[in-house]
Design a protein around this ligand. Sequence first.
Ligand code: SAM
Length: 279
Amino acid sequence: MLSYRHLFHAGSFADVFKHVLLTQLLLSLNEKDKPYFYLDTHAGIGLYDLSHPWAQKGREFESGIKKLWGRTDIPAAMKPYMDIVRAENADGHLRYYPGSPRIARKLIRPIDRIALTELNKTDCAVLHELFARDKRVNVQLMDGLQSLKANLPPKERRGMVLIDSAFDVSREFARLAAALAEAHTRWATGTYAIWYPLMGAGVIRGFEKQIEAAGIKKVLQFELSVLSEDASTMPGSGMIIVNPPWKFDTEMRTLLRWLWSALTVDGAGGVKVNWLVRE
Ligand SMILES: C[S@@+](CC[C@H](N)C(=O)[O-])C[C@H]1O[C@@H](n2cnc3c(N)ncnc32)[C@H](O)[C@@H]1O
């Protein structure tokens, strides 16, 4: 329990997929003047040094952000995400990779608010330090699913939740689906983004069925895989998005297809965009 350290995986193809979607969701919230709330239930440490021995162990960032770093043909929709990563590396050399809290902090406006929860004490202390002087960011040492109960519904009544579990306990898919259903009863109009690893069709189908059975509407599903299914490691990952912005399905399909072409290994994998539950 809690042996997971995201530094081993920072900047991987799964991170790029997750953070490109997160960036687009937050930009969409920025389109209206009213304040919003961003809750990151499994926040990590916020900023990752890719030269650290843990990041160097599997060099997973080479499967993700490194492949995009030198490209000169980045589509316009990818630019805000790339600009955030570039801002962490002002000398042009890729060393630091921003986690979801740091990405959100770059995108929110002065009127918006962030809550970050992290259960690993060491990681939470690092996160606390990173945002110590920032009044808009509240860091909490807390279980991510408990934090849904503690923080929802937000007083702003608009915003989003990122649920980015470490998937280090068995039956995590079932726990997440149940937590989403419970959170949705508290705050039905919020946007929820739930990341998951592609771990076998049966497990994912069970997760989908549980979400369908919860009676939640407007559930969009994205998957991006870059390795073949018989690879020895996770071939890709997915994101369930409840209450996505208008046209998010078509806009992200185009963006993810480009991302797939940039990240695929020998043409393996692909992109899935699916309405799990419509209006
Ligand atoms: C995938 S990482 C998060 C990465 C981060 N969201 C990002 O995109 O930069 C998952 C994090 O969840 C933390 N964690 C594990 N179990 C948790 C729990 N029950 N509640 C909150 N955080 C937890 C881990 O310590 C780890 O930092």
